[in-house]
Ligand binder design. Structure first.
Ligand SMILES: [Fe+2]
Length: 289
């Protein structure tokens, strides 16, 4: 089995990790969870993060076949559509995104929007696998943070998105619409069952204390030192800690803006008669925190 070369790109504004992985033999690869920059004060998108990724793949001669999202993100817009267009690559996500579309269609009252797979070349089911050069990518359904999350396991690497944080930060929140600390607990156990040397690449890091941003720890390192898991809590004990912590967290800055873009694979809502897209905010759907 071939292991991928992984390069990571941190977006300081949202604390998000974006990845490029490739097969060193064929130089074929994929991008995972790229960020589309958004300035909420100006209501303007831009491509600083995505351009850095483009430069990296072009400078290193990586032929990007796939742009993959692990889930519809709540704290940043996805640059998957833009990068897939730029690179002539395919776009993929988990098939349960249809349920996330249905959920947010209600929240935004999107009368004309119906759940659809048109934004992606492929929506993956649990257990699906596909090749990128000599790499085999296996899709692991991993709900909890959202009801559609998937992990991409590639050789000794796994892109686990918002399940694990770095060991000193524990695990990801599970309190967004469709989230579940029960599902997240099961997902964490499933990922911990991967081989001990598996490198887990996380979706976020906020560079706590005086350490710099970090993106990777092995399964063995999480077993030994993950703040929420090292004592092997029961599901009940884990959920108590998780749910109590989530109750203290504000909603992410961009959640209401981001979901209506990310349920469309990183595309703005269809332009109105003036040729411009508009974002909706459901007032008083969520309670103040
Ligand atoms: Fe997320």
């Amino acid at each position: 089995m071939t292991d991928p070369i992984v390069n990571s790109f941190w977006d300081r504004t949202t604390g998000s990790w974006q990845y490029v992985f490739h097969d060193p033999e064929t130089m074929k690869g994929a991008i995972v969870d790229p960020v589309l920059d958004y300035d909420p004060k100006a209501g303007a998108t831009s491509h600083e993060n995505a351009r850095l990724i483009l430069e990296h793949v072009r400078a290193n001669g990586i032929e990007v076949e796939w742009v993959l999202d692990t889930h519809p993100h709540a704290d940043h817009f996805s640059a998957a559509a833009w990068l897939a267009d730029e690179l002539g690559a395919k776009q993929g996500i988990g098939e349960e995104v249809l349920k996330v579309q249905r959920l947010w269609k209600e929240i935004y009252n999107l009368e004309a929007f119906e759940p659809t797979d048109v934004f992606w070349d492929r929506m993956f089911a649990d257990g699906d696998s596909f090749k990128i050069g000599n790499l085999e990518v296996k899709v692991l359904f991993s709900p909890g943070h959202t009801l559609a999350s998937v992990t991409y396991v590639v050789g000794d690497a796994a892109f686990v998105h918002d399940t694990f944080m770095m060991p000193d930060s524990g695990t990801s929140r599970a309190d967004f619409p469709g989230g579940s600390s029960k599902d997240l607990y099961e997902t964490l156990q499933k990922i911990l069952a991967l081989p001990d040397e598996t490198r887990l690449f996380v979706g976020h890091d906020y560079a706590p204390g005086d350490r710099g941003a970090e993106c990777c720890a092995t399964v063995a390192e999480h077993k030994a030192s993950n703040k929420h898991l090292k004592d092997k809590p029961s599901e009940v004990a884990y959920r108590e800690v998780r749910d109590a912590r989530d109750a203290t967290l504000p909603l992410p800055d961009l959640m209401l803006e981001a979901l209506q873009v990310n349920i469309r694979g990183g595309r703005l809502p269809e332009a109105e008669s003036d040729g411009r897209s508009y974002l909706k905010i459901p007032v008083n759907y969520f309670e103040p925190r």
